[in-house]
Design a protein around this ligand. Sequence first.
Ligand SMILES: [Zn+2]
Length: 380
Amino acid sequence: MKVYLVRTADFQLEDFENVLNLLNAYPGTIDFVDGGTVELDNPYGSKIFRNKTKFEHQEQLDIMCSMSEYSTKRYERPIFPLKKKYYTWKQLFDEVEYYRNEQHVDLNDFVFLLTNQYNEKNWFAFLGPSLRTGFIHTDDWPWFFGDGTDIRYPIAYEVTTWVLRGLMCQNQKEIVTRFHKKTVGCVNDFCKNKTEITIKMRTADVCDACMQVMKNKDVPPHYLNQLFSVMDGIRANLMFRKRIGIINKDSRIKIDLDAKKIFLTDFGNLDVRLNPKELSLYLLFIHHKEGIALNSLHDHNEELFTYYQKVSGRFNKDEMQNTISLLVNYLDGELHTTLSRIKSKFKKAIGTELSENYYIQVLPTGVHGIPLNREGVEIV
Ligand SMILES: [Zn+2]
């Protein structure tokens, strides 16, 4: 079975790809597939959230007002009253159904639209009449989980739970009737008060009653097994982030030379993408645990060249040697630019505080190096 994720351009590509990484980190017969980008028509209208309470509730607001522009650059906490453009559920489902037909998606496969756009009832997500088509709201997660939240975890979690609901219910009405109005820490909690979603995501559990329904509906056990693994994994990652200050442990990393990515295993396989130059320099420092003084980097010219040759995909030796000579020149700006790009990529992936041990920096000994514990480093 395939689960296609498509996005509107306002949901950042990097976040989108990492949601896919998270979901695909747990092997099984469900494939989570990059379905590309879609464009929505014009919104239906606008709504006003008069206050925080309204904003935090999944219910309809039917006040019409003038349009307002919305910037998606960085999460800005809303100020009330807040005006938002919104789409009707029908508009969103029609868009996804159109995509299904265009792409000849199998009837049993799921397609989810991931979008920062608001929907008429202010829900986190819902499935269309076929129960194989849905939308997931990708904005505002920091509002519920706190500013430091990595929104990719709750979004991946939502994808999982809506697949589960699609499999265990016959129609939209059944989905709604199976919701628990009171939050019990089950996947089927409705969370009318949207802030309660943090409870269900941290328990990542399914109550006995819902478990029985899944059994009665003959949801294939291998699907359940995979979906539960994803949910458990997301929970573990959320917890790993939360507890990292106390347990004082680095995430394992996997350096994939073909993909030119560094996967942060314990952060649910979130990836950091380095270009060949950055990756070669990173490999050099990974291999030199004790660190290297930047002004003696040229002593490692040959070793660096070997890495670059391996990952750059280039063949002209002179050109490659030129690139490396520039890179190891302490007085040239190239080295410092490359170092700062690597640093900012790690920061972007897991935040300033958590990224501290993973990038190249000045070690206590005064030379440059990567503090990361090498036991958890794997190069493939
Ligand atoms: Zn339940």
